[in-house]
Design a protein around this ligand. Sequence first.
Ligand SMILES: [Zn+2]
Length: 489
Amino acid sequence: MTRKGEEKEFVKELTPKSVDFSQWYVDVIRKTDMADYTTIKGCMVIKPYGYAIWENIKSALDRRIKETGHQNAYFPLFVPESLLKLEAEHVKGFAPEVAWVTHGGDEPLEERLAIRPTSEAIICSIYAKWVQSYRDLPILINQWANIVRWEKVTRLFLRTTEFLWQEGHTCHRTYEEAQEETLRMLGVYKEFVETELALPVICGEKTESEKFAGAQKTYCIEALMADGKSLQAGTSHNLGQHFARVFGIKFLDEDQTEKYVWQTSWGVSTRLIGGVVMAHGDDSGLVLHPRIAPIQLIFVPIYTTATQTAICEKVHSLNSQILQSINSQIRSEPDFRDTYTPGWKFNEWEMKGVPLRAEVGPKDIQKKQVVLVRRDTHEKIIVPEEDLTEKVVTLLREIQEGIYSKALAFREEHTTRTDRFEEFKEVLETKKGFLISGWCGSPECEEKVKEETKATIRCIPSEGCNQVEGYCVACGKPAQKKAYFARAY
Ligand SMILES: [Zn+2]
């Protein structure tokens, strides 16, 4: 039945993670049919398996966005050049990455149209018409959309010329309200990424040099990947009144004076999928946690020609039992393909990261049992048929928690506190991960660290903004802030 040689060859297709992390990452994504390159430079196709993960991410986040009072809408893909150029800082930040439409058919356009690198300019120009009175506020809108940024170096899911995301754009009456919204959405992102993606994150504020072009304050969540690099997993910006002034979004307040609105914007993208691959995967491929796994439980029947009918019938009935269980909501599937051996199937589903595999063979039928195998720990669990649904529900919960705890332990092991530059450099070369170090607050010191080590300040955690002890890692003067440093994607 299982041909050993075949299994070996199958696994060999993946570059080991420890040998070449980047190649392992690309191998996993392509061999699991999540995504692939296309003939258009920098653009990928998200294949059904990858897209199903995105759909699960999207629905879990969309629910939270709506629960916090936001509605979805859709705005144009194009931004007229004159609008994009209104806010100087904003256009400067995005200019090198903008793709331009110059012709409609063969006719040159009177004005070039940018394909949105982000939607502040187009949305603000529309909000200016919507907002007249304090009664029109707040505006709490989110858009699920595609974005184009002409990237020079691209990487599947992490940095592609076109990608999918959501962008929230809100208008408020006061600064306080906007700041509250900025932090609320940062909190939503943190809870969402930790609960749904099993990715522990640190959160805090970006420095002046790392913040969003045009924002007053940028907050972020950052997750540590298995190669010790940080991934910015989401951002939330307090835009202040920059855009409101430029685009003329003003309202007549209750006191009869005209005021500009206070704005926020916030977003996460398909790069989260890359984060899930890099944080949880292993040498056998993807490790998906149950909440976003397109298939949570895969049945693999093990049969000979003589036992095929009986075993397939049993698997069919067990799978139906799982699907019909009222409270389970388990995404379960049988793999009845007779063109592959069970051994091949084990390897394939393992590579695709399916959290639980159920094996059913002739012996199991006799004993009225099912053999379950966990993807995360490879543990085998024998379960009586009648307890199957209940056991699967429990195991899926345990796997979700187990994957999160493992990622958290990894981050804790890979977080180093030091104010000494020599040790800082040493850690980046050997242990890697996050460094919590003092910073005097000067852009020169931030730049020096970046130049000499390629590590950047990922964020200033909120508790690190107050008076701190210690010294700036770059200049040795007393520290003003504690910062999280890391090399990043
Ligand atoms: Zn300094």
